[in-house]
Design a protein around this ligand. Structure first.
Ligand code: GLN
Length: 236
């Protein structure tokens, strides 16, 4: 058994490469029946409306929802986080279909458009406790969403301080407002809820594999045999 990577669109190659660096086989998932061959799943970043349309075209929604409901580990990065959330809204949301399961509301493009993409060092205490390494993790935010509401069972793993100059979208999702925010205002950018993990940024675009390693351990914690979810790639 191996780790599935939803390969409809977006940064799935980069996730497969990050898994390979850890000696783990990533299996590209494009059809519902392929989910039977994996014990956990990564949903990459990309564009969530397009991903939803392709998932619908390939009739993947029932199998994806079933996978989440069975308690199998699923990690969404950026567009993947949006896809995994129970609710999403924000600029250009055309009522796209979501997998759901992660009890939170995600604001698409919270930090603005492509040119407002940025990198930042994030403090992620749980990651450092479990994986060691440097005190911070380099977050790559590309047209990134933020989690603006979390349900009671959701653990906040990382927050990002909103700069006072940042342009925020109003909760009406219609108007863009210049918000003179209090400097210490923070938004949630990484969450965990039982078998589900969500990051608003892209660990697969960095050389740091701690998030992938953290996710693989969630697979083992969820009662899966570690050896069944991790397939060593020969020679690496
Ligand atoms: N903003 C994109 C969306 O709404 C996500 C961007 C990303 O995955 N880098 O789908």
């Amino acid at each position: 058994m191996a780790v599935g990577v939803l390969a409809l669109q977006g940064s799935f190659n980069e996730h497969v490469a990050a898994l390979r660096r850890l000696g783990v086989k990533g299996v590209e998932i494009r059809k519902p029946e392929q989910l039977d061959n994996v014990t956990s799943l990564i949903i990459p970043g990309g564009e969530s409306t397009t991903m939803a349309k392709l998932a619908e075209y390939h009739n993947l929604f029932p199998a994806l929802r079933e996978f989440v409901k069975k308690g199998k580990p699923v990690w969404g990065t950026c567009a993947g986080l949006i896809f995994l959330a129970d609710k999403a809204f924000g600029q250009k949301t055309g009522g796209q279909e979501l997998i759901g399961g992660l009890d939170c509301t995600v604001h698409r493009n919270y930090f603005g458009s492509q040119i407002q993409s940025f990198e930042a060092d994030l403090s992620v205490p749980d990651l450092v406790t479990k994986e060691g390494g440097p005190e911070t993790f380099r977050g790559v935010f590309i047209r990134a969403p933020a989690v603006i509401e979390v349900g009671p069972g959701v653990e906040v793993l990382a927050e990002y301080p909103v700069p006072s100059t940042n342009v925020l979208y109003s909760s009406s999702a219609v108007q863009i407002q210049e918000e003179n925010a209090v400097p210490e205002k923070k938004v949630v950018v990484a969450v965990k809820q039982r078998n589900l993990l969500g990051t608003a940024f892209h660990p697969e675009l960095t050389a740091d594999t701690r998030w992938h390693s953290y996710f693989l351990k969630m697979g083992s914690d969820a009662g899966e045999e570690a050896s069944s979810s991790i397939v060593q790639v020969g020679g690496s």
